[in-house]
Write a protein that binds this ligand. Structure first.
Ligand code: CP
Length: 323
């Protein structure tokens, strides 16, 4: 496979940069890859000989492990680097770190970073494929892709579906990637949360804004509930977590008022009892763990496509017929 022929271009930085057809192509490519994780021996030779560096400069459980499983299941060689324990702690810059990795002949970098724009900054400076695993409050494209795959599993099509993203929109890269992706696939998108956690001019992106969770639940087919990003808040955004739960928490009594069977997503990590109650997170509306399962297939699809794999050959690739 030749990375210069990738249908996505060299890098995956955000869904803002992709067309609806490119997004659909990633979702469709993920479908056959789902089955690999259900096998007894979870391995195909699709990325044999490729070396991938997972450069995680911010904490992560789901994304980091999911990328690592996806890489290993496609037979790539992988190395994990985090800020702690690397020379970043001695003041080495991001580009110097990446150039030293390149000198060891790598093929791809998966990067998570606290600064918005870090993934694009790196992609413009190194020849390896760069995949954004979340950069500041900019984008988290593979999270939105796995969210869309999960919704599609339950609702067939995103066209005309009403999806409301609830919570801390201001700090959320997941919200931005979901908004770009869902709109491109024909969904209606809304956001709901306290005005202190709502970016100014958010409606210019083409989304509805709800100030009350009850109105959002009445309108929506799908709720994607976001975590309050306490680590990015310097204070004053919400009076208290208890009050946030009282006014915006997704609870069973609120869902019981919904006029239709509502699907509940959460990208994790969850603050149980704050933005979502445990009875909802573990209840019949929730597809939260299915999102995590789908994350591996989505990341396999992205790695495969960026390595130059053809979407129409994904079925053959998973059978080991195309290397
Ligand atoms: N959803 C998500 O990005 O989770 P992690 O921070 O655990 O990777």
């Amino acid at each position: 496979m030749n990375r210069t022929l990738s249908p996505l271009g060299k890098d995956l930085i955000g869904l803002e940069e992709l067309s609806g057809d490119q997004i659909r192509s990633i979702l469709d490519t993920a479908e056959p890859f789902k089955e690999i994780s259900e096998r007894r021996i979870k391995k195909v030779p699709v990325l044999r000989g490729k070396t991938i560096v997972n450069l995680f400069m911010e904490p992560s459980t789901r994304t980091r492990i999911s990328f690592e499983f996806a890489e290993k299941r496609l037979s790539a060689d992988t190395v994990n680097i985090s800020a702690s324990g690397s020379s970043v702690q001695k003041g080495e810059t991001l580009v110097d770190t990446a150039r030293n990795l390149e000198a060891m002949r790598i093929d791809m970098v998966v990067i998570r970073h606290g600064s918005s724009g870090a993934a694009r900054f790196l992609a413009d400076r190194i020849p390896s494929n760069v995949i954004n695993a979340g950069d500041g409050s900019h984008e988290h494209p593979t999270q939105a892709l796995l969210d869309m795959l999960t919704i599609r599993d339950h609702r067939d099509s995103l066209e005309g579906l009403r999806v409301c993203i609830v919570g801390d929109i201001l700090h959320s890269r997941v919200a931005r990637s979901n908004i770009f992706g869902l709109l491109k696939l024909g969904a209606e998108v809304a956001v709901c949360g306290p005005m202190t956690l709502m970016p100014v001019g958010i409606d210019a992106l083409g989304v509805r804004v709800f100030r009350r969770i009850e109105e959002a639940i009445e309108w929506a087919d799908v709720l994607n509930v976001l975590r309050l990003q306490l680590e990015r808040m310097k204070g004053g955004y919400v009076p208290s977590l208890r009050e946030y739960n009282r006014y915006f928490g997704v609870t069973v009594p609120r869902l019981e008022e919904a006029p239709r069977d509502i699907l509940v997503l959460h990208p994790g990590p969850m603050n149980r009892g704050v933005e979502i109650d445990s009875d909802v997170a573990d209840g019949p509306h929730s597809v939260i763990l299915q999102q995590v399962t789908n994350g591996v297939a989505i990341r396999m699809a992205v790695l495969y496509l960026l390595a130059g794999g053809a979407p129409e050959q994904a079925e053959a690739a998973k059978k080991g017929e195309v290397a």
